[in-house]
Structures are given as structure tokens and as C-alpha cells.
Design a protein around this ligand. Structure first.
Ligand SMILES: Cc1cc2nc3c(=O)[nH]c(=O)nc-3n(C[C@H](O)[C@H](O)[C@H](O)COP(=O)(O)OP(=O)(O)OC[C@H]3O[C@@H](n4cnc5c(N)ncnc54)[C@H](O)[C@@H]3O)c2cc1C
Length: 540
């Protein structure tokens, strides 16, 4: 049996190597348009930044090494230009020689990925994108040239993961970077108050973030924004997002999903049973709803590439849904997310509970503890975990990965309280931040506490609800939620006569507020605790 694979990086190469491990007799041909296969696309920004200094480190395999170890027929500079489904052949343009030829297949796997979206604005030919090794070489040269100029600057269009990674790396190289993002926040897989933490961290490292604006024109040394403002721009980067490469599939009459990717079933089969598709080019199944989702991440591409090989080798397997678990590093800060954001859950009409906490990565008394902000989005009716986000120093990755695993296993939010996680003071806490989220979820589920979100406070105060800051007088003096009176939690029992019947309490992060809320609730008052405390409220 002969399997032809279009695209030789994440999804395509996972399929090729797994298929060989399952079937020594299979004929496997990999056709890759660019000059390299199996390269480390996720590492490209760090080569630009000089963190990875050896360009060869990005090139994980070559056609020769893949031939030697896996007996694969890998052809670079080979673009598949058409699929003849009746004849079961693909047309190939050899970009090195200019020749064209056809190749037959028994099974075809499409793994063409997604192309950077480039806006149609005047001067856009000066914008550089980053997808492959050729782009990397071009960008590295452009950075070197920019650094020969006085006060070199870069404007990055798009505040997604790649845009922010490049912002860090170009700053480290000595460029003054501005990120221009059309939405009202960077990092779409996070909610606005969590993304705000990343924006503040970028500002500390001299990266300017402009939200609510787009680049409308690119000039010789500057860009013009939709607001009319101009920004100096020695270098311009397009990191606005990616679009599934569906041209081949579409021309061959394969079905596409409602959001534009190639439609596949649970075995990654397209509407033609001899053609499979994986990776950024395909529509994936949302793990929460079973609906269609575009999730351009390396994990699902590799997983599904491996799965296709299993299917072709006759194993009974099914692709699972995707949660979109992702992480970003920027100047020592981690920002990670899994599942749905609050904004997405609200847009989907879900009744939700939201929890913000600000734990330390390990016991506070052990030197070197670093803070983080965690957020959990919970289905109010079923207690199911809909999503989680984390921003902070060490340990964010661990918490989001634990929650992603819990989601995959179908644990409820309250069941996070029961997880037995590794603990010694330098690694965590006896009540791990993930357990704490579970405790709060359980209290909310059982009605032991009621919370109000940072964006709901103004409307409640307008209705006449009293605001009480239960932190110390010193903390109160440094700034409080607008309109709050101050009764420190330790004085509360003695000053009950100052507290109304309907009250929102708040402290710094939510813990003392919870204690105050329990005290007041037992006096018959309606009490809500400001979720995430003053720290979350003050972020926006
Ligand atoms: C700079 C950068 C950083 C990233 N960082 C991360 C990260 O940190 N974490 C993460 O999860 N994901 C990251 N990603 C995303 C991740 O790389 C992709 O999700 C993953 O590579 C998708 O795999 P794929 O096989 O679908 O496509 P790709 O890996 O993009 O491979 C597709 C290949 O198909 C080739 N091709 C397309 N059409 C044809 C054709 N007609 N004929 C022949 N060949 C063709 C293309 O040249 C391309 O090389 C990053 C991506 C980039 C660009």
C-alpha cells in the first residue's frame, strides 16, 4: 500500500513515522513545498531572539536522516498542485527544477497546515510573517539590517501568541517594539482581565501595546493606524493569525467545515474515504460541545497525525476533542489557558460561575515563592470545568496542565478539591492552588458563599448595595474599590451595626473577604464576596 503525505512538518511527519513503526512494508512518500521538513516551528521566534543560536538545532530531521531511520521517501521543494480523486494521483511541481509530475496513492494524507493571514493594506509587501525556515532566514536578515540603523523599531500586527513571542525576542535583540491589536485585549484565548496582566508585564519590559486599532497603511519607515496615529517602524511583522490551507482540498471537491477548515470524521477521514487530513488545515471537534473548532496548535496536529497512521494500519482509534490548551512565555511571565474563556461561555449562553485566585507557586515561607493569577470557568448547572487560565511566574504551566487533565477525565470543578498532588514546600502547598480552586467551587456549588465579579460591582453599587473593604486600614489607604467603606475583618464582629443588609465585601485577593462573608452571612445579611478581590478589580 502506498501512502502519500502532503506537508512534512508536525502532522505530516507524525503520520509518516508512526506508519513506518506500524508497517515495515508500507510505501510512504512525503511531499513538502518548502526546503525543509520536520523543523521546529515553535522554536523559530527564539532563533530570531538569539536564545537558540544554532540554526541547525531547528532542523530536527532531513530527508536523508528520515530515509535512513524510517525508510521514508521525503521530497522537499515539492508542491502538490492538484488531486485527481478518480485516478488517485496528485500533481507535483518540483520547485527546484520547475518540472511537474504525478504520483499515485492508495491513501492520501493532507497536512498542509495554515498560512499566516496577511491583510490587504497599502505597503503590506514590507510586512514579514513567520512560518517556516525561509521566513526565519528572511526575518533574521531584516533584524540584522534594522540593528544597523539608529533607534530601530518594530511594529507587530497582532497580539496573539506568535506576536507576543516575537515582541519579546525582538526586544531582546534591541528593537523598540509596539504590538498593534484590533481587539480590546491581546491573547484572545484569555479573558480581558487576565490578558491585562500580560500587557502590564510587556509595558514593564518596554513593549508598547496598542489595542482597539489596526495598521491601515505601511510606509517606508513607519505605519499608520486606523486611529490616524503613526508609529515608526523599521520592521513590520504580520502576526494577525492563520488561515487553514484548504486550496487543494477545496479544488478537489472535499467538504469543508463551517469555519473553513477541511472537514474530517473521528478517524480524520475527509469526505473522500481514501483521503485523510490532519493539523492546522482541518476542523477539529470542540471537547466541550462536540461542535466545530479551528485550533492551530502543535499538540493536536501531532496527535492526529499519529492517529491517522493507526487508522491506515487498521487499528481501531478515534480522535478526541480539543481543548485548545496553550501556553506563552514573555519576559519570564507564563500565560496559559485551557478550554473556554468566560467571554466565550457567556457568548454561548452558558450559565457560569467564575473563580479568580492569586496563589503562590509554592509555600510562601519557602524562599523564592512566585505569585500567579488563576481563573476557573465553571458550568453553574453541572459544576463541569469549562476552562482555566493562569498568568504568573513558575508553576502556572503545572496548574493549567493539571486542570486540562481533569477536564479530559471529566472531573467536576468541586472534585479539584480532592486531587492529591505532590507537595513539599519548594514545589507547592499542602492545599495546592488547584485544590483551592476546588474548595471555592465546592463552596459556591453548595451555597456557602456567593461572589460577585469585578465587572458587576458598579451595577450592584448603583442598586444601593453596600461595599465593605475588609482589609487593614493601611491597605485601604493605598486604594480601594470606589465607594467602599473600611471595616477590617478582625473588627467586623464589633462593628456589625455599620453593615447594611445587602453587602459586597472585598479584600486583596478574596480570602479575607470569604471569611468576612461567612461571618456576615450567619447574621442573616445577604453577602457577596468580590471574586479575586481588589487585585482583580484594579486590573482594568
Ligand atoms: C512561529 C510559530 C510558533 C509556534 N509556536 C507554537 C507553540 O509554542 N505551541 C504550539 O502548540 N503551537 C505552536 N505553533 C503552531 C504549530 O506549529 C502548528 O499548530 C503545527 O505546526 C501545525 O502542524 P501542521 O502539520 O498542520 O502544519 P505545519 O507544521 O505548518 O506543516 C504544514 C507543511 O505543509 C506544507 N505544505 C502546504 N501546502 C503544501 C502543498 N500543496 N504541497 C506540499 N507541501 C505543502 C507547508 O510548506 C508546511 O511546511 C507555532 C507556529 C509558528 C509558525
Amino acid at each position: 500500500m502506498k501512502t502519500v503525505i502532503v506537508g512534512g512538518v508536525a502532522g505530516g511527519m507524525s503520520a509518516a513515522t508512526r506508519l513506518r513503526r506500524l508497517d515495515e512494508t508500507a510505501e510512504i512518500v512525503v511531499l513538502e513545498r518548502s526546503g525543509h521538513v520536520s523543523f521546529a516551528n515553535c522554536g523559530l521566534p527564539y532563533y530570531i531572539g538569539g536564545v537558540i543560536t544554532d540554526r541547525n538545532a531547528l532542523l530536527l530531521q532531513t530527508p536523508a536522516s528520515l530515509k535512513a531511520r524510517f525508510g521514508l521517501d521525503v521530497r522537499v521543494d515539492s508542491e502538490v498542485t492538484a488531486i485527481d480523486r478518480d485516478a488517485k494521483t496528485v500533481a507535483i511541481a518540483d520547485l527546484a527544477t520547475g518540472k511537474t509530475y504525478t504520483e499515485s496513492y492508495d491513501q492520501l494524507i493532507l497536512a498542509p497546515g495554515a498560512a499566516p493571514f496577511v491583510p490587504t493594506i497599502p505597503g503590506v509587501e514590507r510586512a514579514l510573517a513567520l512560518r517556516n525556515i525561509a521566513d526565519t532566514d528572511k526575518l533574521a536578515d531584516a533584524v540584522a539590517t534594522a540593528l544597523t540603523k539608529p533607534d530601530p523599531t518594530a511594529v507587530i500586527m497582532g497580539g496573539g501568541f506568535i506576536g507576543i513571542e516575537l515582541a519579546e525576542n525582538l526586544t531582546e535583540r534591541g528593537l523598540k517594539v509596539t504590538v498593534v491589536e484590533l481587539a480590546n485585549q491581546i491573547l484572545a484565548p484569555m479573558d480581558v482581565e487576565m490578558a491585562a496582566l500580560v500587557e502590564k508585564h510587556l509595558a514593564k519590559h518596554d513593549v508598547t501595546v496598542v489595542t482597539g486599532a489596526a495598521v491601515s497603511e505601511i510606509g517606508t519607515d513607519e505605519v499608520t493606524l486606523s486611529t490616524g496615529a503613526t508609529l515608526p517602524a523599521t520592521l513590520v511583522i504580520a502576526a494577525i493569525g492563520v488561515r487553514p490551507e484548504t486550496g487543494l482540498a477545496e479544488a478537489a471537491g472535499l467538504a469543508l467545515g463551517e469555519r473553513g477548515g477541511i472537514l474530517v470524521d473521528a478517524q480524520q477521514r475527509t469526505s473522500d474515504p481514501a483521503i485523510y487530513a490532519v493539523g492546522d488545515a482541518v476542523v477539529k471537534v470542540d471537547a466541550l460541545t462536540g461542535g466545530q473548532a479551528l485550533v492551530p496548535l502543535a499538540g493536536p496536529a501531532n496527535r492526529h497525525g499519529r492517529l491517522v497512521a493507526d487508522v491506515i494500519a487498521g487499528r481501531e482509534v478515534r480522535a478526541s476533542g480539543v481543548q485548545g490548551t496553550a501556553i506563552l512565555g514573555a519576559f519570564g511571565l507564563s500565560a496559559a489557558a485551557t478550554g473556554w474563556t468566560e467571554k466565550r461561555a457567556v457568548a454561548a449562553g452558558r450559565k457560569i460561575r467564575v473563580i479568580h485566585t492569586h496563589p503562590a507557586n509554592h509555600a510562601g515561607y519557602y524562599p523564592g515563592a512566585e505569585g500567579m493569577a488563576l481563573k476557573l470557568v465553571v458550568d453553574a448547572e453541572t459544576d463541569a470545568i469549562l476552562g482555566a487560565q493562569g498568568v504568573g511566574g513558575s508553576g502556572v504551566d503545572k496548574r493549567i496542565d493539571v486542570i486540562a487533565t481533569a477536564m479530559r477525565g471529566g472531573l467536576t470543578a468541586s472534585e479539584l478539591a480532592e486531587l492529591e498532588l505532590s507537595y513539599a514546600p519548594q514545589f507547592g502547598s499542602a492545599k495546592d492552588p488547584v485544590n483551592m480552586l476546588g474548595f471555592i467551587a465546592e463552596n459556591l456549588r453548595d451555597g456557602l458563599t456567593e461572589t460577585v465579579q469585578w465587572h458587576e460591582v458598579d451595577a450592584e453599587v448603583a442598586k444601593g448595595v453596600q461595599l465593605v473593604d475588609v482589609r487593614t486600614t493601611t491597605e485601604y489607604g493605598r486604594g480601594t474599590v470606589v465607594g467602599a467603606i473600611n471595616i477590617p475583618v478582625d473588627d467586623l464582629r464589633a462593628r456589625l451595626d455599620e453593615v447594611g443588609d445587602d453587602v459586597i465585601v472585598h479584600c486583596q485577593v478574596g480570602l479575607r473577604g470569604y471569611i468576612a462573608a461567612r461571618t456576615l452571612a450567619q447574621t442573616g445579611r445577604r453577602v457577596r464576596n468580590l471574586d479575586g478581590g481588589y487585585r482583580t478589580w484594579a486590573r482594568i
